[in-house]
Structure formats: structure tokens, C-alpha cells
Design a protein around this ligand. Structure first.
Ligand SMILES: [Zn+2]
Length: 140
């Protein structure tokens, strides 16, 4: 849960009973997903873009991941001491491939093919000291 943190960016995601959803769109003509929302289809083969608002998630599979063992440079605000975290490329079961932070850095839990669930969680503190949230993935 996001524990009351303010979304890092408004309108990209929402919390749901069973996790979270990403707010994007899908082409009604060819089925190509897009995130964030897009007014035009992203498929080069589509000749009749018909984008409709769609939500994606919460279930997915890790395609790849990387553990960030060193802190990002300023102006990023990082905890002291720094805690490594993982970023993953996740294939959601409804066809969207998306990058997101993972709650675990354990390869046994987040290796390629691992099942994960989309949730909303705190990702850091902004320059005003306020907690910020975003979509993240936890082991399913
Ligand atoms: Zn299309």
C-alpha cells in the first residue's frame, strides 16, 4: 500500500482491491496497448488508429531485471544508508510490457519468468520531504 504517499505523477495509476492498475489505452482496431495513454496507435502496421482508455494489471511476469547497487546522482534524494533496489521489465498478462521498481532484490523471487503483482508503493521522498508513490511490483 502507498500509506498516504502522494503519487509521483498523477493519472498514471490507481490502487484497486487486488493491487493496482496502470491507466493507459489500447487500439480497438489492432489491439496494441499503450502506456501512458496515447491518442495514436503505436503499431507501425496499424492503418486505423482507434485508441480507447484501458487499465492494465495487476498480474505479470518478469521479463528481465537489474539491481541498482549504487545510488542515483543528485537531485535524487536517497535514504542514508542507501538500500539497493531492483528495476524490472514486466509483461502484464493483458499485453503491456512496462518498467517498474520491484519490492525484492532476491533473484529467486524476481528472476526472468517470476510471477509478480502490480501494487502502489512508496518510492522515495521529494525535495519538500513528502513521500511519493508509484506503481511497483511485488512477488506474487
Ligand atoms: Zn492500432
Amino acid at each position: 500500500m502507498s500509506d498516504g504517499a502522494t503519487p509521483a505523477v498523477e493519472g498514471l495509476f490507481r490502487e484497486a482491491e487486488d493491487g493496482a492498475r496502470l491507466c493507459g489505452s489500447r487500439c480497438a482496431h489492432c489491439g496494441t496497448p499503450a502506456f501512458p495513454k496515447s491518442a495514436l496507435c503505436h503499431s507501425a502496421d496499424c492503418d486505423d488508429s482507434q485508441m480507447q482508455d484501458t487499465e492494465f494489471g495487476p498480474n505479470g511476469t518478469v521479463w528481465s531485471y537489474s539491481v541498482q547497487h549504487y545510488p542515483p546522482p543528485p537531485p535524487a534524494i536517497v535514504p542514508d544508508p542507501y538500500e539497493p533496489y531492483a528495476l524490472g521489465v514486466v509483461d502484464l498478462e493483458d499485453g503491456l510490457r512496462v518498467v517498474g521498481r520491484l519490492t525484492s532484490t532476491d533473484p529467486a523471487q524476481i528472476g526472468a519468468g517470476s510471477a509478480v503483482r502490480l501494487v502502489v508503493g512508496e518510492i522515495g521522498i521529494d525535495t519538500e520531504g513528502k513521500a511519493r508513490s508509484s506503481w511497483i511490483f511485488e512477488p506474487a
